[in-house]
Design a protein around this ligand. Structure first.
Ligand code: GAF
Length: 389
């Protein structure tokens, strides 16, 4: 599937600019096994890059003017890289402008370029197409102009670009897009940015994504509010327990003991963050031991917390998880990513995938009149140059 995408991007580039691209970059989306909404809470997360990608083709334009074309959107824009970057109403262009802005803020010097890109990462599904866009684009400019930016700094600058666009995200998405490795999940300590790879061996279970095919609005404002509520919760905890620096240093009983000092929302968000950080550690140990049942149980618990305490689920995602919970062949299921729509990540016993897909699709359509989308994803490599390049 990616071969078709690469060929399409390459051909489009040659037809538009009359030459072979100087660099071709592949940049993946991500899944997250467990550890939701804790990256910006100094927690641990367990994501992986996937085999769904954005393919970029680049050349230097030998002027200050840059032309960037989004093939799938049939849209393009031009910019002068020496000018100042401003947000526009055309959202996809803001991610590119945000990256250029970051490069300039950090003092990197580069000239104009031509870039075309095309993607097979579904947008708005919680697979982080925006991180793939930021990091792949940044990686390409880095290669084209030999800027010598380290991979981790590509991730950090990508995150800053996302903040500039308006989502005050953590580091998980950009980190996994850049640092992913085939068949490995990455346990990231989001406080120190230390990380380790673990074998993504789900033994007798398949990893399948069910896309609710809905994206409820107000995602960015709700996301940013959750972050503020957590900051408030943490500051109350710090005031009461001097040894606490972040939610990972807290026990549930410490959170319960300051409940009356918190608003109900702040209390619920804080409790979720404390529990979720602990779940990631347990889940990673379970994965290492091949104890997929424990891992699955923790995934279900995460969903309950995201739905009841963190309140980032929706009727469609809850229905998917509640339905799958009743299936013996499903060991774990939960909403994945920021929430308010998008995908669930599910572990289904091998041999039962097709029956579950069929049953859930029918029930989902009956309940909401919406087609369920299904992705069988593989864990792939992080952002890289295409091998022929
Ligand atoms: C979005 C954000 F971009 C991530 O940083 C992370 O917080 C995630 O939501 C929730 O875990 O994908």
């Amino acid at each position: 599937m990616n071969d078709i995408l690469i060929k399409k991007t390459n051909t489009f580039f040659k037809e538009t600019f009359g030459a072979e691209p100087q660099k071709i970059v592949l940049s993946p989306g991500r899944i997250n096994i467990i550890g939701e909404h804790v990256d910006y809470n100094d927690g641990y997360v367990l994501p992986a890059a996937i085999d769904k990608i954005i393919c970029f083709a680049f050349e230097k334009s030998n002027s200050n003017t840059s032309r960037i074309i989004a093939i799938d959107l049939d849209d393009e824009f031009e910019m002068d890289v020496t000018g100042s970057m401003e947000l526009t109403d055309n959202v996809w262009t803001n991610y590119i402008r945000g990256v250029v802005n970051q490069l300039k803020i950090n003092g990197f010097e580069f000239e104009g370029f031509n870039c075309v890109f095309s993607s097979n990462i579904p947008v708005g599904s919680g697979l982080s197409s925006s991180a793939a866009l930021e990091c792949g684009f940044l990686f390409g400019i880095n290669e084209l102009f030999n800027l010598n930016i380290k991979p981790i700094d590509i991730a950090l600058m990508g995150q800053k670009a996302e903040h500039w666009v308006g989502i005050n995200c953590g580091i998980m998405d950009q980190f996994s897009s850049v640092m992913g490795q085939e068949n490995k999940v990455i346990k990231i300590d989001c406080r120190t940015l230390e990380y380790e790879y673990h074998d993504a061996n789900f033994s007798d279970y398949s990893l399948i994504l069910f896309d609710s095919n809905v994206k409820h609005s107000l995602f960015s404002s709700a996301y940013n509010t959750r972050r503020e509520e957590c900051e408030e919760g943490l500051s109350i905890l710090k005031n009461n327990f001097p040894a606490v620096n972040s939610f990972r240093d807290c026990t549930e009983s410490q959170v319960l003991s300051v409940k009356d000092k918190m608003s109900e929302n702040v209390f619920k968000r804080s409790l979720f963050a404390v529990k979720e950080i602990k779940r990631v550690i347990q889940a990673c140990e379970a994965l290492d031991k091949g104890d997929i049942e424990t891992l699955g149980r923790l995934m279900f618990e995460t969903h309950e917390g995201l739905s009841a305490d963190y309140e980032v689920s929706c009727a469609e995602l809850d229905m998917i998880v509640d339905t799958l919970k009743k299936e013996e062949a499903v060991v774990g299921s939960r909403l994945m990513g920021g929430g308010f729509g998008g995908c669930t990540i599910n572990l289904i016993k091998k041999g039962h995938e097709e029956a579950i897909k069929k049953k859930l699709s029918a029930l989902y359509f009956d309940a909401f009149g919406i087609e369920l989308k299904i992705y069988d994803v593989k864990i792939g490599n992080g952002t890289s140059l295409y091998k022929n390049n």
